[in-house]
Design a binder for this molecule. Structure first.
Ligand SMILES: [Cu+2]
Length: 138
């Protein structure tokens, strides 16, 4: 049945195009990432030494902290002060409080830093992304 075969192929192709452009995504999935926010829970203590940044992940519709998220990527830099090349390590360490994520770092200087994160939350298909302003004391 060559005709049916071709029709099925065309339909699959059309679906692939729509999915790639994002139009096939359910409205729920589009809203999901916007339902979350990363917030600073505790700032680093001092520049020039090993310190912890604590980040809280909030589910905005109910205001609850979200536990069990997997932090995929972190980036800690001074782009906000025009120092894009100044970065510091930002290593995820084991969480100790529900909904709080600990990032170990050692910023070489004080000032306005930004911590960018991406994370996966159970039950959400979209990857969450956020940037948190972090003031580092000298
Ligand atoms: Cu700097």
């Amino acid at each position: 049945m060559p005709f049916n075969h071709r029709a099925a192929g065309a339909a699959a192709f059309a679906y692939a195009i729509t999915a790639a452009s994002g139009l096939a995504m359910p409205a729920q999935a589009l809203a999901a990432a916007q339902d979350y926010r990363f917030e600073l829970a505790a700032a680093p203590v001092k520049a020039g030494k090993a310190t912890l940044i604590k980040i809280r992940l909030l589910h905005l519709p109910d205001g609850r902290p979200v536990s069990g998220a997997v932090i995929l990527q972190t980036k800690f830099d001074m782009v906000a002060e025009g120092m894009a090349s100044m970065t510091a390590p930002a290593k995820v360490s084991a969480p100790r409080e529900p909904g709080i994520y600990q990032i170990a770092t050692e910023p070489p200087m004080g000032g306005n830093w930004a911590l960018s994160l991406s994370a996966k939350v159970q039950g959400e298909t979209e990857t969450l992304r956020g940037t948190v302003a972090v003031a580092v004391p000298n």
